[in-house]
Design a protein around this ligand. Structure first.
Ligand code: T5A
Length: 215
C-alpha cells in the first residue's frame, strides 16, 4: 500500500499555496512539497533567476534547472509515498513545460517550442495520481496581493502561459487531469471543489495501485 500523489498546478497567484496548505491540514500525515523548492542548492539559483532581473540564464539552462530541482526531491517523494503518506505538491512538471513553452513566442530557441524537448528531462519522475489545474482570468490574478514582483508576473506573458497549460493538461487525453475554474470563487469555495475531487477519487486513502512514472 502506498499514499497518493496529489498535484495542484495553476497560474501565478491562482491560490496554489493557499489550497495545498488547506489540503495538507485536511489529510492526516500528509506531506507538502512546493516547486520550485528554493531551499536547495539548485533552488537558490532558481530563486535568484526569478527575483533578480539582472541575473541572466539561457532559456534552456533555466528549464533544465527547474527539472533538476524536481529530481533533487524525487527519491524523498517516492519514499514518503511508499511509507503510506499522501504527498501534496504545489507545481511540478506541467509548470516546467507551460512556462518554457510560453517563451517560444518571444524566444529564438527552437527547444522552447518543442514539447518533446521540454518534457524529456522529467521522464521517469513519479506521475501524480491527480493533477488539479486552477485557472482564472488574468485580470483577477493581477489584482491579487504582491502581483508583478517576479520575472514571469506580467499579464501578457501569463495569457500565453495559460494557453500553454491548457495545451499540455487535457482531461480528455489524461483522466488524471482535472481543470478547476476558480474565477470569483472565495478560498473556501475553491477548497470545497478540490475536496470533492479528492473524496470522489479516494485520494486521501492509501492504494495498492503501483506508482506510475512520467513516460
Ligand atoms: N516555474 C515554476 C517555472 O517556470 N518552471 C517550473 O518548472 C516551476 C516549478 C515561481 C515561478 O516559477 C515558475 C512559475 C512561477 O512564475 P511559485 O513560487 O509557485 O513559482 O510562484 P507563484 O505561483 O507566484 O506562487 P504564489 O505563492 O505567489 O501564488 P499561489 O500559490 O498560486 O497563490 P497564493 O495561494 O499564495 O495566493 C496569492 C494571493 O491570493 C490570495 C491569497 O490570500 C494571496 O494573497 N488568494 C485569494 N484571493 C481571493 N480569492 C481566492 N480564492 C484566493 N486564493 C488565494
Amino acid at each position: 500500500m502506498r499514499g497518493h500523489l496529489i498535484l495542484i498546478e495553476g497560474l501565478d497567484r491562482s491560490g496554489k499555496t493557499t489550497q495545498t496548505q488547506i489540503l495538507h491540514n485536511a489529510i492526516p500525515s500528509s506531506s507538502l512539497i512546493k516547486f520550485p523548492d528554493r531551499s536547495t542548492n539548485i533552488g537558490t539559483i532558481i530563486n535568484q533567476y526569478l527575483t533578480d532581473h539582472n541575473f541572466s540564464l539561457s532559456d534552456q539552462a533555466a528549464h533544465l534547472l527547474f527539472s533538476a530541482n524536481r529530481w533533487e526531491l524525487a527519491a524523498s517523494i517516492e519514499d514518503q509515498l511508499q511509507a503510506g503518506h499522501t504527498v501534496i505538491m504545489d507545481r511540478y512538471i506541467y509548470s516546467g513545460i507551460a512556462y518554457s513553452l510560453a517563451k517560444s513566442e518571444t524566444s529564438s530557441s527552437p527547444e522552447m517550442a518543442s514539447v518533446e524537448w521540454l518534457y524529456a528531462p522529467d521522464r521517469g519522475l513519479p506521475k501524480p495520481d491527480v493533477t488539479i489545474f486552477l485557472t482564472l482570468d488574468i485580470a483577477e490574478m493581477a489584482a491579487r496581493k504582491s502581483w508583478g514582483e517576479e520575472r514571469y508576473e506580467q499579464t501578457k506573458f501569463q495569457e500565453v502561459v495559460k494557453r500553454c497549460f491548457l495545451k499540455v493538461l487535457d482531461p480528455h487525453a489524461d483522466p488524471s487531469v482535472v481543470i478547476v475554474d476558480v474565477n470569483k470563487l472565495g478560498i473556501d469555495e475553491v477548497a470545497s471543489k478540490i475536496w470533492t475531487v479528492v473524496e470522489e477519487r479516494q485520494l486521501h486513502q492509501q492504494t495498492e495501485v503501483p506508482l506510475a512514472r512520467l513516460s
